[in-house]
Ligand binder design. Structure first.
Ligand code: C5P
Length: 398
């Protein structure tokens, strides 16, 4: 973000203190930040704090003549590359949607000709209220990028969507807004596994699972759109190969392990495949026939764990991401899995509903820093957000 100029409007909510962290992250990535603080925002952070962090004067009032003399509000709104509203409160977004300009922040937002990104944070009921839903839809139709808030416990004691996203996620969204056509992963190799594996029992039967491959294919496509060279090792699914992706079709876990090994080295590996944990101890070369009363016993043996092999192996990608499809104790299992498999992130999803095979997903990203819960979204949208998070994590310049 070197040289990019961000106009940061800090609204009045408890998440305003996180704007301070955002300023630091933006400056660390080379951007300059000029802050506008609303009257509500000033109840949570002081102009002094923002001025110290941004090393720029902080603007609070439309009627500050000194401001107008030095830099009129129109100029202030236009000399930025991007206007970021963080936190964007329900009130601020309502005013933006209605075109109300009754203070410096809202006047700037009406006067600007620059892209605007709003990062909402509010109580779950305010976020899900019909009025806020309408306002968000209006803002999006007007071209404002409204980031989806996280889900989780809130400062007010309730639980649900409305939490300010993690700083890394906000930074990824800002990177995307600053350069929507950028290829931040150009020159990087991404390895993705997707789909189920089929473990043969005999020439006509196999052990399989319900994985559709949709989420993995969407992630491969999103990484390729950001410029990565993508190798997609796909189990047996009838999905079209995304543009710009090199696809290697495999059937069994062993074939998948070999294909992954041959595709290394990689800068990032995203192991989305639902690899069968077991295969038959010995595949029958002939179709097993019904005989007598008792069904045949099926002896199983364990498959190689591809993710753990990468996580603890000598050619570990710089960023290693696994998935955890669980039906109970989703977060506890996924957190343990992250350590056990040597992954950086585990993306947990609760597959007790119709996630497998469906077009939507609800994920939790478990990192060394904790858990980030994303709201329910289409698999393509999740893939897009994830690809940008990956680019940000790899330190790709946008
Ligand atoms: O242990 P579990 O199967 O729940 O772990 C899921 C994660 O591990 C996924 O990222 C999956 O792709 C990966 N995995 C693997 N090889 C296996 C089993 C799982 O790469 N044999």
């Amino acid at each position: 973000m070197t040289g990019k100029r961000i106009l940061l409007i800090v609204g009045g909510g408890i998440a305003a203190y996180k704007a301070c962290e955002l300023i630091r992250a933006l400056r660390k990535s080379g951007a300059s930040v000029r802050c506008v603080l609303t009257a509500g925002g000033a109840q949570f952070v002081t102009p002094m704090t923002l001025a110290a962090l941004s090393e720029q004067p902080v603007h609070t009032s439309l009627w500050d003549l000194k401001d107008e003399a030095e830099m009129g509000h129109i100029q202030l709104s236009r000399e930025a590359d991007l206007v970021v509203v963080c936190p964007a409160t329900a009130d601020l977004m309502a005013k933006m949607a209605a075109g109300i300009a009754d203070d410096l922040a809202t006047t700037l937002l009406l006067a600007t000709d620059k892209p605007v990104l709003a990062v909402p944070a509010m109580n779950v009921r305010m976020w899900t209220h019909a009025a806020t839903r309408r306002n968000v839809a209006t803002l999006r139709a007007d071209g404002v990028t409204v980031v989806e808030p996280d889900e989780g416990p809130m400062a007010c004691g309730e639980f649900g969507p409305g939490r300010l996203p993690e700083i890394e996620a906000i930074m990824a969204a800002i990177g995307m807004a600053l350069a929507p056509d950028a290829k931040p992963l150009a020159g990087r190799h991404a390895l993705v596994t997707a789909g189920p594996t089929h473990e043969p029992i005999d020439p006509v039967r196999y052990i399989a699972n319900r994985s559709s491959g949709k989420q993995g294919f969407a992630i491969a496509a999103a990484l390729a759109r950001l410029g990565a060279g993508v190798t997609l090792v796909a189990g047996p699914v009838a999905l079209a190969t995304p543009p710009g992706v090199t696809r290697i079709d495999v059937e069994t876990a062993n074939e998948m392990a070999n294909a992954v090994d041959r595709a290394l080295p990689a800068d990032v590996a995203v192991m989305v495949a639902a690899v069968a944990d077991w295969r038959t101890a010995a595949e029958s070369s002939q179709k097993i026939k019904k005989s007598g009363d008792a069904p045949p016993a099926l002896a199983l043996t364990e498959n190689p764990d591809i993710l753990a092999g990468l996580g603890h192996g000598p050619r570990r990608p710089a960023l290693l991401i696994g998935f955890a499809a669980e039906t109970q104790d989703v977060l506890a299992h996924a957190t343990a899995k992250r350590v056990r498999k040597g992954a950086d992130w585990i993306i947990a999803n609760d597959v007790s509903g119709d996630v497998m095979g469906g077009d939507r997903n609800r994920i939790h990203i478990i990192t060394a820093d904790g858990v980030e819960s994303w709201p329910d979204a289409g698999k393509d949208e999740i893939a897009d957000r994830l690809a940008h998070r990956i680019a940000f994590a790899l330190g790709a310049s946008v």
